[in-house]
Design a protein around this ligand. Structure first.
Ligand code: NAD
Ligand code: TYD
Length: 339
């Protein structure tokens, strides 16, 4: 089986590449990644020499390059992780979110139609459902919850989902979509809540908590997300949406305090800062469908996963220090500039 994994130099995509190479050593994985600020080739260093793995630098929205890659490689399955993924950046500059997240998805699917594939899988997010109120803990996102977006990021992801469903209905493209809650774990870019707080705490820098810190996120250890995608692609029904989440809701303040405690740092490092515009209050996934149809259950409870993640950041300081210093962006040129 030949897989095209887009965005594989980012957080979840790289974890998916590792998961798949380990579980299916007979499969071939081609990673297409533009290496934006969020893509880091140092993350993939350990698999670059793996005969089952090929890295290709390129943009999913570049039609010519994508068609040329399909022409050459003829993938059986496409899993699209490539995206601009940070809500705060989408507030500052929405344009690139529309370009990559919507138009890029369209180009990939056009290539799938032209060359033929067994499955196109779109990695989406629970953020397409908008948010839930804090005073209704009985409410959860199901696959039937209406799309109701808050940020340019979530609006771009929702637009892509609609396009994917349209390509299925209109052209019969064999698609599936997964909508997962917030991920955490190794190789998470230190601009997102958990890695940022770990890095700042280790450097004795203030921990910026937006608003009051009461916002709730539903955290899933990244490997559990990878296992769910693998299952959906192999066994999930074509044309369907599957929510992924493990009922691990925490307020931002709870998460930050857990990190400080684990690192033996004082809570006086917490700084309440101006809230994010349009800040979603609560995300919470109902994973009944994927559990009942495909038997998926998460393996890592939050209390275990967060300690594992903190240990990973302690043991892999050069990885995130290169990001903070900007060094990782020179890595591609240094390693591949003359190849
Ligand atoms: P990330 O920002 O860490 O990685 C994104 C990757 O995509 C990077 O390697 C980047 O270089 C690449 N990329 C960006 N634009 C590209 C383009 N035009 N062409 C090719 N590659 C491009 O993101 P992530 O957190 O790993 O998220 C991956 C996917 O999962 C995204 O689609 C995101 O919407 C979705 N998702 C993320 C979460 C989460 O908690 N992080 C939760 C649910 C869903
Ligand atoms: P983030 O990791 O950006 O994920 P998302 O917005 O996609 O859920 O943020 C998670 C939560 O943490 C969100 O409620 C915003 C909040 N947050 C802070 O309070 N401070 C920060 O510095 C960051 C990056 C996020």
């Amino acid at each position: 089986m030949k897989w095209l994994v887009t965005g594989g130099a980012g957080f979840i995509g790289s974890n998916f590449v590792f998961y798949m190479l380990d579980k299916y050593p007979e499969d071939q994985i081609i990673c297409l990644d533009k290496l934006t600020y969020a893509g880091n080739l140092e993350t993939l260093e350990g698999v670059m020499e793996n005969p089952g793995f090929t890295f290709v630098k390129g943009d999913i929205a570049d039609r010519e390059a994508v068609y040329a890659l399909f022409e050459k490689e003829r993938p059986d399955i496409v899993v699209n992780f490539a995206a601009e993924s940070h809500v705060d950046r989408s507030v500052v500059d929405p344009g690139i979110f529309l370009q990559t997240n919507i138009l890029g998805t369209g180009v990939l699917m056009d290539a799938c139609r032209k060359y033929g594939i067994q499955r196109y899988h779109q990695v989406s997010t629970d953020e397409v459902y908008g948010d839930l109120p804090l005073d209704r803990p009985d409410l959860f996102f199901t696959e039937e919850t209406p799309i109701h977006t808050s940020s340019p990021y979530s609006a771009s992801k929702a637009s892509a989902d609609l396009l994917v469903q349209a390509y299925h209905r209109t052209f019969g493209l064999p698609v599936s979509i997964s909508r997962c809650s917030n991920n955490y774990g190794p190789y998470h870019f230190p601009e997102k809540l958990i890695p940022l707080m770990i890095a700042n705490a280790l450097n004795d820098k203030p921990l910026p908590v937006y608003g009051t810190g009461e916002n709730v996120r539903d955290w899933l250890y990244v490997t559990d997300h990878c296992a769910a995608i693998d299952l959906i692609v192999r066994k999930g029904r074509v044309g369907e949406v599957y929510n992924i989440g493990g009922h691990n809701e925490r307020t931002n303040l709870q998460v930050v305090k857990t990190i400080l405690k684990a690192l033996d740092k004082p809570e006086s490092l917490i700084r309440f800062v101006t809230d994010r515009p349009g800040h979603d209050m609560r995300y919470a996934i109902d994973p009944t469908k994927i559990h009942e149809e495909l038997g998926w259950l998460p393996e890592t409870p939050f209390d275990e996963g967060i300690q594992k993640t903190i240990r990973w950041y302690l043991n892999n300081k050069p990885w995130w220090e290169h990001i903070i210093s900007g060094d990782y962006q020179n890595y591609y040129e240094k390693m591949y500039g003359n190849r």
